[in-house]
Design a protein around this ligand. Structure first.
Ligand SMILES: Nc1ncnc2c1ncn2[C@@H]1O[C@H](COP(=O)(O)OP(=O)(O)OP(=O)(O)O)[C@@H](O)[C@H]1O
Ligand SMILES: [Mg+2]
Length: 308
């Protein structure tokens, strides 16, 4: 299937001379939830802003459902709903008018039942006649989401949707994202919360200093995370791994003091009991043992550290 968003060789250098994006290639599949992770200043908002036609690329090309975001700006933008990182709104309007107006901006005919449904879904119904400026920050964020959905976009960008929001709104947002996905909407979100990516995403991309350093199916990442290591500190160093142990997933550390056994913690049989029995039979004694598990957070930190 052809991707709904195709990004090729995308580069952005701001007037300050700072390269914010360096040759990004990425394809977003129709109907997926893609989570973009990366530290502050990595280029997440810049990437989203270019796809949404708000920032011009320095080089490269972005197609949204076949439309070039620069050349065919209106057609491309009509397919997209954007919830920006910064809150910006018409403070004096009512919630309902603000959301209905957004729909009009995209040239869509009025559809009050659709607007009312969105307000209901986002728990904004009771606030429909309030002026936006009188709302709390979390409620304003809900209005931003309602605006982004007002024209029934096929693609939704959520730039840090849950930064600084309470647990309840976060849960509402996750439920809403799932409903939209079920309705076929493609969703790209940025987040600093790794557990959010773990919970929501079909695929995860990590961006660091303007480069995509990882793009992977979440299931593959989770499988990698399901692997644990059992580390045995030996009583006496081994010069080499005994031949009897050669068929086990074992490694001997360079100094010979540690045996590292890798296993899948999700399997019923980890093979640990058999390993320990065999070590006893071979007269290999250990004075300590512990297990370590890598998490998505560790993978993320090591990717980002290893490159800075
Ligand atoms: N309008 C601008 N003019 C000049 N430099 C900019 C502009 N917008 C962003 N930058 C710079 O580009 C780089 C990437 O910024 P960007 O906002 O895309 O990062 P981000 O990944 O969204 O970060 P955060 O997690 O803090 O939101 C940063 O170094 C930033 O200072
Ligand atoms: Mg940002």
């Amino acid at each position: 299937m052809s991707p709904i968003i195709a990004i090729n060789g995308l580069t952005k250098t701001y007037a300050s001379g700072l390269p914010a994006l360096r040759g990004i290639d990425l394809e977003i599949r129709k109907g997926e939830i893609f989570a973009l992770l990366g530290p502050n200043g990595a280029g997440k908002t810049t990437l989203i802003s270019i796809v949404c036609g708000i920032v011009n690329p320095s080089a490269g090309r972005v197609l949204v459902d076949g439309y070039d975001v620069v050349r065919d700006y209106r057609a491309a933008r009509a397919k997209i709903g954007l919830v920006p990182q910064e809150l910006t709104m018409e403070a004096f309007e009512s919630v309902r008018a603000t959301v209905a107006f957004s729909r009009g901006l995209f040239g869509r005919p009025p559809d009050p039942p659709h607007i009312e449904r969105i307000l209901g879904d986002l728990s904004l119904w009771e606030k429909r006649d309030s002026r936006v400026m009188a709302l709390s920050g979390g409620m304003k964020r809900r209005v931003m989401i309602a605006k982004a959905l007002s024209h029934e976009p096929e693609i939704l960008f959520l730039d840090e949707p849950t930064a600084g929001v309470d647990v309840e709104l976060r849960r509402d947002m996750w439920a809403m994202v799932r409903r939209l996905r079920e309705a076929g909407v493609t969703i790209i979100l940025t987040t600093h919360y790794i557990e959010e990516a773990e919970e929501m995403a079909d695929r995860i991309g990590v961006i660091h200093q303007g480069e995509l350093v990882l793009v992977e199916d979440k299931a593959v990442l989770m499988e990698r995370l399901g692997r644990k290591r059992l580390i045995l500190q030996l009583q006496a160093p081994l010069r080499r791994l005994p031949a009897e142990l050669a068929n086990r997933p074992l490694e001997l550390s360079a100094d010979g003091w540690q045996l590292v056994y890798t296993y899948d913690s999700q399997q019923a049989r980890t093979g640990i009991a058999g390993l320990l029995r065999q070590l006893a039979d071979l007269g290999i004694a250990y004075r300590d043992l512990h297990t370590v598990q890598s998490s998505l957070e560790e993978i993320f930190v090591s990717l980002v550290r290893g490159r800075s």
